[in-house]
Design a protein. Structure first.
Length: 140
């Protein structure tokens, strides 16, 4: 079995998820009510768990099930969607949290991916020009 190594970008995103969650949690625990802060923390943990689960599923598909990737991914997607829906239902109905804090926590991965991509492009903005016929702008 071939092992697919994680790229630097993938590792940066995984580490960044925890950093963004930590910053959001600390700031919300210091300046917001406890219910909001718990919502941020739980939402972030759910979001990171979902991201890790997706990453693992994609690795399995490309290593073991490349010939039937589409049906496998679709089935795994619906399983993950249903599971996350049940978890979120339980959290919203049973745990005393603020829903806005939960939404902010669920946005941790998206915010981190945006920040990571912006940071990577700011480090080397002219890298697109090294390629033949490349420009700073994407025209399409």
């Amino acid at each position: 079995m071939v092992d697919i190594k994680k790229t630097i970008m993938e590792r940066n995103i995984e580490i960044g998820n925890w950093v963004v969650l930590g910053v959001f949690s600390i700031v919300s625990f210091l300046f917001m009510p406890g219910r909001f802060a718990m919502g941020v923390l739980l939402g972030g943990l759910i979001s990171i768990a979902n991201f890790r689960w997706l990453s693992r599923d994609l690795r399995i598909v490309f290593l073991k099930h490349a010939d039937r990737a589409k049906p496998f991914i679709i089935v795994k997607y619906y399983i993950r969607l249903i599971f996350m829906g049940v978890v979120l239902f339980f959290v919203i109905t049973r745990v005393p949290i603020d829903v806005l804090g939960l939404l902010l926590g669920l946005s941790v991965v998206v915010i981190n991916i945006i920040l990571t991509v912006i940071g990577a492009n700011l480090k080397n903005p002219l890298r697109r020009l090294r390629k033949k016929n490349a420009s700073l702008f994407i025209l399409r």
